[in-house]
Design a protein around this ligand. Structure first.
Ligand code: HEC
Length: 219
């Protein structure tokens, strides 16, 4: 009886490890995970909207608009014991984050957070060495920047500020009227974006500027 219990427990653990290692092998970037490009944008754009974990609302006591604030929900080196990870894997109900109607994190996003915590939850910045601005396409470069840093707030049926950035049609007017570049450059006269987060990496800003200067084509 006892033995069988242990064996079935081991089987469950082994299956879990297999699934985890398959995901990590197939999809995750090479270690270490970069805080600036992989973790902060995910947390800021999905967790700091108005009414949630920002410096004003501090829902449940958490302000995720800074690295120090995010660390309060993290036990570095121990993802399973970290509040930040635990709320992501709750299947449903009001404990699940981000709360409905927002989509739960994907398995990939959860794995990123878990591995970043396992690797020590370090505030790694400027991880990218080269910046390619020779050809900047909407689908290859701009759309991924938007979905990493912006669409957590700027998409869906009630986008923040009533600004949708989830498709070329939607982004184009803000490229043309200067507010896309103005907001990510933190230029005066524009609201600084991403709201509640650090400035985008310099490379991403230069890529946006290049694409806008080219006429913001649907390329
Ligand atoms: C945490 C939520 C959040 C994130 C993340 C975010 N925004 Fe915003 N954004 C807002 C809100 C709220 C407003 C409207 C209020 C304001 O202008 O400050 C806004 C306004 C804007 C505006 C209009 C600014 C102006 O001065 O006219 C632009 C353009 C914009 N966002 C672009 C972006 C881009 C590009 C990103 C990603 C790099 C981004 N936002 C990320 C919440 C967010």
């Amino acid at each position: 009886m006892h033995v069988w219990k242990s064996i079935s427990f081991l089987a469950v653990v082994a299956t879990g490890l297999l699934v985890l290692s398959q995901c990590t092998k197939d999809h995750l970037p090479d270690p270490p995970i970069c805080y600036q490009t992989d973790i902060e944008p995910l947390i800021v754009s999905n967790c700091t909207q108005s009414g949630c974990h920002n410096s004003v609302d501090r829902e449940a006591g958490y302000d995720f608009s800074s690295y120090q604030g995010i660390l309060k929900a993290v036990d570095a080196g121990n993802y399973k014991g970290s509040e930040l990870y635990k709320v992501l894997i709750v299947p449903f109900g009001e404990k699940r984050m981000p709360q409905s109607p927002a989509e739960p994190f994907t398995d990939y996003q959860i794995a990123l957070v878990a591995r970043w915590i396992e690797e020590g939850a370090i505030q790694s910045m400027n991880c990218q060495s080269a910046c390619d601005t020779t050809f900047v396409g909407y689908s290859g470069t701009i759309a991924p920047i938007m979905s990493t840093y912006c669409t957590g707030c700027h998409s869906g049926s009630q986008p923040q500020g009533n600004i949708d950035l989830a498709s070329w049609n939607a982004v184009k007017p803000y490229a043309d009227n200067g507010s896309l570049v103005g907001s990510v450059r933190h230029a005066s006269g524009y609201s600084a974006m991403p709201q509640n987060g650090s400035m985008l990496p310099e490379c991403a800003i230069r890529q946006i500027e290049k694409w806008v200067a080219d006429g913001a084509p649907n390329n």
